[in-house]
Write a protein that binds this ligand. Structure first.
Ligand code: NAD
Length: 503
């Protein structure tokens, strides 16, 4: 039985006891070793479920980013990883995938404690998903071939993919380990060196992963982790003149800053995976309204709504709206926020009290501007101010802030429509374009609307479909990059043409 399968059978008492034994790594990981920050500064990372300080983590500044980038550059330049045969890189990354599985319980706990994520999710999704992604890119990288161009008979033009050099990766807190692995796995598989800056809310799993990578045989300097705040460590990486690619997952506002940093420094390539305001479109010919209601609830309330592709807008045909909403409200009201270390809990705290307070502002907006069919909001008497109950607002004006802005919390805005054209226009009426769902029993309507929806991923009769084999990313201000699948290798490699003249 795999580690993750065993863990799902463990109860809250096991996880609470295990949490007391976790020993977080608190320093930056640079050139193969843990080191304090150059200035000696630290920041506290807090468990939002309890308010306890988990660790005081090294706060990286520009000096620390410089050190990490220099180590990454040395490692890239001397070929200790970049010039290894793809099959050798595969062996190291497969060992790392195995180590992630062996340490699954510890890694799952680190993300649950640091970000308030449900242990049911970190054991079933985040950690096994991360191991699977490492394995997939490891297995893929020695099966990627170059090309011979169809030139004239006297020439040979070879087209190859070369690693780009030093990759800066800046990631968010909602899937701390997994969003890091989305960048690291293809970047390392392709032969690059990496400097990773995890979110300040959730740096612990990335630090442990770097240590496991060293144990797996990744040479010193190839993977460096510099924790720190966005405006300091994140900005220093974004502006660094010796970083070749900046791969970012996070908010659209910060994504735009990275484009500016690149333009004002060395024109590094910037790949962005940003926010969303994804639509769930329910047509009246979707016969199984219970299945739709399950999908709607999962689509907005999984991970407390802190999912980039969360279906935060429900577009539903007026003829089935009230029936569907009654089923959604039944299910959502049963999601009572609780201890994330209890595997039976279906809704945990948000990542921090500050973030919960921001989401609460949208709840109050919804109460003023919409019709609350489920009131939701801050939970009185909860252990901290990070717990929010699910909220559902009907008749939200399409031009209101609740309709247009990413909330990133358990808040659903509902919009009725009459025609297919109106539904598509409403769904596409957003600066974002990350994901969309369509519910219909008509195959023809499913294909027609999927084609017309301006979203990187369209799920038909399901929500949030995702796999390592398929590209994930957005249209519009949801970003320009694609994570996952072999297409992600394009973010971390450059095409090179080598001409050989035979005359
Ligand atoms: P965020 O943009 O605030 O932070 C993301 C990262 O950027 C963090 O590491 C942070 O420290 C850093 N950062 C913040 N300010 C910075 C600055 N001024 N300069 C440089 N770096 C800075 O996002 P978040 O709150 O951590 O995460 C939530 C956001 O992430 C949501 O918008 C969500 O949609 C998005 N997200 C997108 C995807 C995707 O694949 N498209 C996946 C997960 C999350």
């Amino acid at each position: 039985m795999s580690g993750s399968a065993q863990q799902t059978h463990r109860g809250a008492a096991h996880w609470r006891a295990a949490a007391r034994t976790v020993q977080p790594r608190c320093d930056a990981f640079v050139d193969g070793a843990f080191v304090p920050s150059a200035l000696g500064d630290r920041f506290a990372t807090v468990n939002p479920a309890t308010g306890e300080v988990l660790a005081k983590v090294a706060a990286g500044a520009a000096e620390d980013v410089d050190r990490a980038v220099a180590a990454a550059r040395r490692a890239f330049a001397d070929g200790r990883w970049s010039e290894r045969a793809p099959a050798d890189r595969k062996a190291v990354l497969l060992r790392l995938a195995d180590l992630v599985r062996e340490r699954a319980e510890e890694l799952a706990l680190l993300d649950s404690l640091d970000a308030g994520k449900l242990i049911a999710d970190t054991t079933a999704i985040d950690v096994p998903g991360s191991a699977a992604i490492l394995q997939w890119y490891a297995e893929g990288v020695d099966k990627v071939y170059g090309e011979i161009a169809p030139t004239g008979p006297d020439d040979l033009a070879l087209v190859s993919r070369e690693p780009l050099g030093v990759i800066g990766a800046v990631v968010p807190w909602n899937y701390p380990l997994e969003t890091a692995v989305w960048k690291l796995a293809p970047a390392l598989a392709a032969g690059n060196s990496v400097v990773l800056k995890p979110a300040e809310e959730s740096p612990l799993s990335a630090l442990r992963l770097a240590e496991l990578a060293a144990e797996a045989g990744l040479p010193d300097g190839v993977l460096n982790v510099v924790p720190g705040t966005g405006p300091v460590a994140g900005q220093a990486l974004g502006r660094h003149p010796d970083v070749d690619v900046l791969a970012f997952t996070g908010s659209t506002a910060v994504g735009k800053l990275f484009q500016r940093y690149a333009g004002e420094s060395n024109m590094k390539q910037v790949w962005l995976e940003c926010g969303g305001k994804s639509a769930n479109v329910v047509f009246p010919d979707a016969a199984d309204l219970d299945a739709v209601a399950d999908g709607v609830v999962a689509g907005i309330f999984n991970n407390q709504g802190q999912v980039c592709s969360a279906n935060s807008r429900l577009l539903v045909h007026r003829s089935v709206k009230d029936d569907l909403l009654a089923r959604v409200v039944d299910r959502a009201a049963a999601l009572r926020p609780g201890d994330p270390l209890d595997p039976a809990t279906r809704l945990g705290p948000l990542v921090s009290e500050e973030h919960a307070a921001r989401v609460q502002e949208y709840v109050e907006l919804g109460r003023r501007e919409g019709r609350a069919v489920l009131d939701g909001g801050l939970v009185a008497g909860a252990p901290t101010g990070a717990y929010l109950a699910p909220a559902v607002f009907d008749e939200v004006a399409p031009d209101s802030r609740l309709a247009r802005e990413e909330v990133f919390g358990p808040v659903l805005a509902v919009f009725p429509f009459e025609t297919e054209d109106e539904a598509v226009a409403l769904a596409n009426d957003s600066v974002y374009g990350l994901a969309a769902s369509v519910w219909t029993d008509s195959l023809r309507r499913a294909h027609r609307t999927a084609r017309r929806l301006r979203a990187g991923t369209v799920s038909v009769n399901t929500v949030d479909a995702l796999d390592v084999t398929t590209p994930f990313g957005g249209f519009g201000q949801s970003g320009n990059g694609r994570d996952l699948s072999l297409h992600a290798l394009q973010n971390y490699t450059a095409l090179k043409t080598t001409w050989v003249n035979h005359r």
